[in-house]
Design a protein. Structure first.
Length: 149
């Protein structure tokens, strides 16, 4: 087989694979958003990022893998539902101690500012989580405003 045909078949295969993965991830994102809505019934949704990227929880250390998911700020909490693996992070607004915008977290970086939330866990321990979000200014302003209330 001529090398041009091999390259063409490889390129077409890659395009098909990327297209299928994109459709699957979009469907998974919609499914997790619906699940998040069900978990947040009775709470007022203030902000939502359907494809936030979690950089991890400080308490779990540097070995965590980043993951996409639905980040929702309600009138009571900051809630994250990861797409895969299905994982949930819920931070009560009253437990938030600070909001920062570092460019890295736990040794990981996308070379752009992240949303870092410092909080106290239910066990009284200090922890932090960081996400890559599209509208960082809106998230930081809203969270800082919630802290002042």
């Amino acid at each position: 087989m001529h090398w041009i045909w091999i390259v063409l078949i490889a390129v077409v295969g890659a395009v098909v694979l990327v297209s299928v993965l994109t459709v699957v991830l979009q469907a998974l994102g919609r499914s997790r958003a619906a699940e998040a809505d069900a978990l947040l019934v009775g709470e007022e949704i203030v902000l939502r990022e359907p494809a936030a990227n979690l950089f991890g929880l400080r308490s779990r250390g540097m070995g965590q893998v980043r993951g996409n998911g639905v980040l929702t700020l309600t009138d009571r909490r900051l809630h994250f539902l990861m797409w895969l693996p299905k994982r949930e992070v819920s931070i009560e607004l009253l437990s938030i101690r600070g909001v920062e915008t570092p460019t890295s977290f736990l040794g990981k970086s996308k070379f752009t500012p992240l949303l870092q939330v410092d909080y106290t866990t239910e066990r009284g321990e200090q922890d932090a989580a960081a996400w890559l979000v599209r509208d960082l200014e809106a998230w930081t302003a809203e969270l800082r405003g919630q802290m002042e209330r």
